[in-house]
Design a protein. Structure first.
Length: 204
């Protein structure tokens, strides 16, 4: 199925959930439209790059070590997130943390993360910064939304302040320390880029 065709398929929430239960590849859902997860414009197929996978794994590992024993739950991209507003949305964040006890009762979908991390790709970076962030901001629980660039040392943290406004904190360069205040984590930016080869050739 091509990306163009996928984006033209308008489904109800019920139809999306039914089709997703049978699908061999994951799809996200926003305003009735479905989108293949991690679409690669070079191969015209769904799939993440080597750097994307490594950065996601590194972020998960840093948080897993930090959150051990905290009572919070940590998930990678296999776990679905529902944003229950007038315009229904379902996403598969690269990494998310929820500390809400009610979320433990839901085995396939979470509802109240405090931290969401998306690792950027060429095909989704505008979507992650725009439409997806617009949807994430509807979550009453969300305190931080993080974008990690897998091609260079750049971590952008959108943080909700005491005035309920989103502020951007950019961490760049190999010598800085990244801070996620929502979970009290401070770590070197290089932890997120361990084993990432910035000089790897593009997918043929």
């Amino acid at each position: 199925m091509s990306r163009d065709l996928a984006e033209r398929l308008v489904l109800t929430e019920t139809d999306y959930l039914a089709s997703e239960a049978l699908a061999t590849e994951k799809h996200e859902y926003l305003n009735g439209f479905v989108y293949p997860l991690h679409w690669n414009p070079i191969t015209n197929m769904a799939g993440a790059t080597d750097a994307h996978v490594k950065v996601t794994g590194n972020a998960h590992y840093a948080l897993k070590t930090h959150l051990r024993g905290s009572g919070c739950s940590l998930y990678m991209s296999d776990m679905r997130l529902k944003i229950d507003t007038n315009d229904k949305a379902y996403f598969y964040p690269d990494v998310m943390v929820t500390c809400n006890p009610d979320d433990r009762q839901h085995t396939t979908t979470k509802y109240a993360p405090i931290l969401v991390i998306e690792v950027l790709s060429e095909s989704t970076q505008d979507y992650d910064k725009g439409g997806k962030f617009d949807a994430y901001r509807q979550l009453g629980s969300l305190q931080e939304y993080v974008l990690i660039n897998p091609k260079k040392y750049l971590v952008q943290v959108f943080r909700l302040n005491e005035n309920h406004r989103w502020e951007l904190f950019s961490f760049t360069g190999t010598n800085c320390t990244v801070e996620f205040t929502s979970v009290g984590l401070c770590c070197p930016i290089t932890d997120f880029y361990e084993d990432v080869d910035f000089n790897s050739p593009p997918t043929p």
